[in-house]
Design a protein around this ligand. Structure first.
Ligand code: UGA
Length: 439
């Protein structure tokens, strides 16, 4: 059992902290936000994530996890401090490391024992060398400090399961002491561990995320061509998936990848490459395809309709994927402003993301179009002239084709997630446009 402190209680930090506690370690999660700390102590998760609250409550009750704003008390005698704070994108595509720097400074001022600092946040290759130097420079007490890289591979919506049953754990260390400590901390997880040098670990994270982003963009690119030549992208993907070298995952064409990771990490690696005088053409292509793909439904619908002005537009799904209330880089954020600009009267439904969306686009008249948030699919579709599907939530996939015909004024559907069978939509009398398949 180790004494672990975790800096940051977002997706990465909180889930890691809770899972370490579940595995028997004694964990203190640190966050600067007092309200959030109180919330977590009362057993409420600040993020929308399956299975998280149950484990938070269980491990708080048995004393294995605590939450605090007092970083000094959490860091001073920790065996390891995991950093899971955000590294948002700057306007030039580079990663903003100011949160990491703040935590590094606090660690340097607090630690009283030898301690391993483990960076879980996604950081540009070489950052951990600098973090180590930075902590050494500001270190108040005469203790041993080393920085290790331990990138996170969880996906939002399945974060707890992804952590407890990870396909691999990557650890990047520069000494036997650091490597052994991390191997011991992860021992109770009983998962495959890949132990490499620090820079390689940092690179594994970017290379993995950008490969997946590239895979999606490749399928989107092929989908657009399929439509032009009369092939069906879903059949094409199925045919490809039986080749084990390709695999069946992440072959779904759609309206581009969103979320806080792929968009940021593709741009960051492109930026890192440029800094080093190299042009990363493949990753650049993924970024370009994705940008175009985000508004492909709007472009299709604009060709089909004369105007959106005064039309009742049903929008199904606002989040960047199901299972989360996160809107970051979601296609809805690209398409809805375009529809409002044209004077559309939008009725939006999302099982988890509507509240967050309403913070950006408050309900009512925007001066151009109007937006109303509804609590079920039926209210969104009722008397609508056109429907857009942006997220493949279970509640949306459960809508049978006949419902569009029955409820909408004109059953015209633009689906960015290919959730329906073309023939079934046709038989139900719905005019259906999707991605990489001809109506
Ligand atoms: C992603 C990675 O999957 C995680 O392994 C990684 O740890 C995480 O980023 C991170 O760096 O923190 P996440 O962004 O939560 O996780 O979500 P994904 O499930 O990967 O989906 C990302 C986007 O790709 C979504 O908009 C999704 O709709 C889209 N996508 C995914 C497709 O368009 N097609 C697919 O076949 C799969």
């Amino acid at each position: 059992m180790y004494k672990i402190a975790v800096a940051g209680t977002g997706y990465v930090g909180l889930v890691a902290g809770v899972c370490f506690a579940e595995m028997g370690h004694k964990v203190t999660c640190v966050d600067i936000n007092e309200k959030k700390v109180e919330l977590m102590k009362s057993g409420v998760s600040p993020i929308y994530e399956a299975d998280l609250e149950g484990l938070m409550q269980k491990n708080y009750a048995n004393g294995r996890i605590n939450y605090t704003t007092d970083y000094n008390s959490a860091y001073k005698d920790a065996d390891a401090i995991f950093i899971g704070v955000g590294t948002p994108e700057r306007s030039d595509g580079s990663a903003d490391l100011s949160y990491i720097a703040t935590v590094a400074r606090q660690i340097a001022e607090s630690v009283e024992n030898d301690c391993l600092v483990v960076v879980k946040s996604t950081v540009p290759v070489g950052t951990n060398d600098k973090v180590e130097q930075f902590i050494q420079d500001f270190l108040v007490n005469d203790v041993k400090i080393e920085v290790a890289s331990n990138p996170e591979f969880l996906a939002q919506g399945s974060a707890v399961n992804d952590t407890l049953n990870a396909e691999r754990i990557i650890i990047g260390t520069e000494s036997k002491w650091a490597e052994e400590l991390l191997l011991n901390i992860y021992e109770p997880f009983n998962l495959p561990i890949v132990s490499v040098k620090r820079r390689s670990a940092e690179m594994i994270k970017y290379a993995s995320n950008d490969f997946l982003a590239l895979k999606i963009s490749y399928m989107n690119d092929i989908a657009n061509l399929c439509e032009l030549i009369g092939a069906d992208i879903q059949d094409v993907a199925r045919g490809m998936s039986f080749d084990n070298r390709i695999g069946s995952k992440f072959l779904n064409a759609g309206i581009g990848f969103g979320g806080s990771c792929f968009p940021k990490d593709t741009k960051a690696l492109d930026y890192i490459a440029k800094l080093n005088g190299y042009e990363l053409k493949t990753v650049k292509a993924a970024i370009d395809v994705n940008k175009e793909q985000k508004t492909i439904l709007y472009k299709k619908a604009s060709k089909r309709l004369i105007t959106f002005n005064g039309l009742k537009v049903a929008v199904l799904g606002l989040t960047f994927k199901p299972g989360t209330d996160d809107l970051r880089e979601s296609a809805s954020l690209d398409n809805i402003p375009l529809l409002l600009e044209q004077g559309a009267d939008i009725y939006a439904y999302d099982p988890a993301g509507a509240e967050n969306f309403a913070r950006v686009y408050p309900e009512g008249d925007t001066g151009k179009g109007k937006i109303t948030y509804v609590s079920n699919v039926e209210n969104a579709l009722d008397n609508a002239n056109v429907c857009f599907i942006f997220t493949e939530w279970g509640q949306i996939k459960a809508v049978i084709p006949e419902m569009y015909k029955k409820l909408m004024r004109t059953p015209l559907v633009f689906d960015g997630r290919n959730i329906y069978n073309l023939k079934e939509m046709e038989e139900a009398g719905v005019e259906y446009h999707s991605i990489g398949r001809r109506p």
